[in-house]
Design a protein around this ligand. Structure first.
Ligand code: AMP
Ligand code: ZN
Length: 118
């Protein structure tokens, strides 16, 4: 089901636009960023169309929590080393001043050996 027919990431989550899938369950979809800024760079999105982090409300807390809990596990599966000497970055851009370009909430997960572009 496409939540918002005009939304790129809703179409990706619904499989209407191709993506390199990293993970999927009934609420969450993860796929590789098309312009990676680091050796590992994927996006975690809710299947539900939440435009921005600031659009989320209290009913979304379990979903956001699940996304945060998934990030390290998927980062590790994608080749990031866990622990203090390894690690990864989790980033959410919110609005124009935050650098948001796609208005469907997404969590960037970036990692791998340095240097990165960002
Ligand atoms: P943001 O600036 O936080 O809105 O990030 C949007 C991200 O989506 C950018 O890093 C883009 O490279 C990525 N992106 C845009 N279109 C696609 C796509 N079709 N498949 C995968 N990643 C995409
Ligand atoms: Zn959407």
């Amino acid at each position: 089901m496409i939540e918002d027919p005009n939304c790129l990431f809703c179409k990706i989550a619904a499989g209407k636009i191709p993506s390199e899938k990293v993970y999927e369950d009934d609420e969450i979809y993860a796929f590789k960023d098309i312009h990676p800024a680091a050796p590992v760079h994927f996006l975690l999105i809710p299947k539900k169309h939440i435009p921005m982090l600031e659009s989320a409300d209290a009913t979304d807390i379990p979903l956001l929590g699940r996304m945060m809990e998934l990030a390290p596990r998927l980062a590790n599966e994608q080749g990031c080393r866990l622990g203090k000497d390894g690690g990864f970055r989790v980033m959410v851009n919110n609005g124009a001043d935050g650098g948001q370009e796609v208005y469907h909430l997404h969590m960037h997960v970036m990692g791998g050996s340095r240097p990165w572009k960002k």
